[in-house]
Design a protein around this ligand. Structure first.
Ligand code: ADP
Ligand code: ADP
Length: 228
């Protein structure tokens, strides 16, 4: 579902954040992207949902060639990709319910269907009872659970998470992982950039390690393999 062929990303300042990435990712995989700060993890992730365009090479996502995809078609690509960030990026003036409902593609839904769908995903992350609260009234872990609910509201084929546990204490980080695991067990591909060595070494999945813009390791059930 993702294929990168000789992907190079050179930023305008001359930094090469991706130096010939060659990667194949199948539907249903769970993948950790690891590596030191500044290695190119976020760049990898941003190229998948077309936040950044590669300088050269070919990238296919869900059968769509992102190198030739018109900007006007990017929303079609993103319909099938849920994105989760380290800092949650919830809308502060909207309630939990509204934050999730806002992300729903509304075209052919009736109000009742919207409500049911939002309640379903909020139940899945254990936050139905807090649906009327504002993000500021929630803990960090709860805010991340709202952002995960938002990311799956349109039943995407793939979730991309950039350091989703980076701002959370260890117990809360494990809770977030169990939700991502459950989403993955339902068949959704999960790609997660992380610095969390304990999680990577405990819940084993494929590991793609990046250093200095190069993929230095790509292993099934891999180890974290860095000091920090
Ligand atoms: P990581 O996510 O592993 O910390 P990034 O992909 O964010 O790494 O960054 C890789 C390299 O590219 C770093 O040297 C970073 O400073 C640089 N970089 C990232 N984004 C930009 C940008 N928009 N413009 C210029 N350089 C960037
Ligand atoms: P992360 O914590 O996810 O690795 P960064 O701190 O590397 O993120 O980057 C934060 C934002 O700043 C990103 O949008 C990235 O593209 C941009 N950025 C990172 N490094 C640079 C840089 N050297 N020049 C310009 N923009 C950058």
């Amino acid at each position: 579902m993702i294929k990168m062929q000789d992907i190079v990303k050179k930023y305008p300042n001359g930094i090469i954040a991706a130096n010939r990435f060659n990667v194949d990712i199948q539907q249903g995989e769970f993948i950790y992207i690891v590596g030191p700060s500044g290695a190119g993890k976020s760049t990898f992730i941003k190229m998948v949902y077309r936040e950044e365009k590669p300088t050269s090479g070919k990238i296919l996502v869900n059968g769509i060639d992102l190198t030739t995809l018109k900007n006007s078609k990017v929303p079609f690509l993103r319909r099938n990709i849920g994105v989760v960030f380290q800092d949650f990026k919830l809308l502060p003036t909207l309630t939990v319910f509204e934050n999730v409902a806002f992300a729903l593609e509304v075209t052919e839904h009736r109000a009742k269907d919207i409500k049911n769908r939002v309640m379903d995903v909020l139940s899945m992350v254990g936050l139905k009872h807090k649906m009327r609260m504002l993000p500021s009234e929630l803990s960090g872990g709860e805010q991340q659970r709202v952002s995960i609910a938002r990311s799956i509201i349109n039943k995407p084929k793939m979730i991309i998470a950039d350091e989703p546990t980076g701002n959370l204490d260890p117990d809360t980080a494990w809770e977030i992982m169990s939700i991502l695991e459950e989403i993955n067990l339902n068949g959704t591909t999960v790609i997660m950039a992380t610095h969390n060595k304990e999680i990577v070494n405990t819940i084993k999945h494929r590991v793609i390690a990046i250093e200095n813009g190069r993929i230095v390791r790509d292993e099934q059930r891999g180890e974290y393999g860095y000091e920090n």
